[in-house]
Ligand binder design. Sequence first.
Ligand code: PDD
Length: 291
Amino acid sequence: MSIVFLDGDFIQKDEAKISPDDRGFLLADGVYEVTPFYNGVPFSLDRHMARLERSLAWMRINYSLDGLEEIHKQLIRANEFQDAPTSYVYVQITRGAAPRTHYFPQEDVEPTVYAFARTWERPSPERWAQGFSAMTVPDRRWSRADIKTICLLPNVLAFQDAIEAGADDAILVRDGVAIEGAHMNFWGVFDGTVVTHPTTSNILPGITREVVLELADQAGIALEERPIQVEELKDADELFFTGTTGEVRPITTLNGAVVGNGSVGSLTQKLSDLFHGKVQEVRSALEGPIA
Ligand code: PDD
């Protein structure tokens, strides 16, 4: 049985009760974060908390994040994930429970804070080495995709469209630009330069994206942050995604056509190696478990 955190308490998941009046449930009026842990050690927890703070501020949800990092670590301990190679903590903060109105509740309402931990499995090295397929799908999200809100319906529908078409993942396209994936950021390699969309209001500013950009820069890899036109995709040497549960994920088939030479590209491989090296470095630095 898993232990979850709800409004100040660590409880069994089947004891967790959230009001049907909760504005997250009724209106998707809330934000969330997903922070990775490797063998019980958090990766970029401070950056995830900073992004959550921004999401809350934009949504005008009043909630102090004091103590939330410790709650993340406690969830990993309580669920005994200290030895799990890959796990994460999901936290969701909604505007709270109040009679349904399209405007904010008139009375002071406490935000609802719910968090859980779970393990996830990365694809085997053999599976990863084959690369993954992706399909372009229209981006039907609102104009503030940079806020990590729990309103993920357009992402859900895009991902489902891709799966039903036999692809592993979706690439969201808006105004002829390949913006990002349904749950990961999107990258291309063109003539030796690694390219990804700049952090405008149209994309989620991924933490993995930020880390990979820093690592690529330190390694002297040519980088460009600019929109990638859909017409350019057929000329890409490599395509890949980045994200918390995808890490660096190669795309070797796009809309049924082979990408580059059809195998995982050398820069994708290099960035993946650098990313795993960074994870290892963070783990060693924080040696001496959080438990
Ligand atoms: N998804 N783009 C979108 C639309 C996302 O939902 C995510 C994260 C990312 C990658 O961000 P990061 O590197 O910080 O994980 C990009 C999370 C993991 C999710 O919804 O489960």
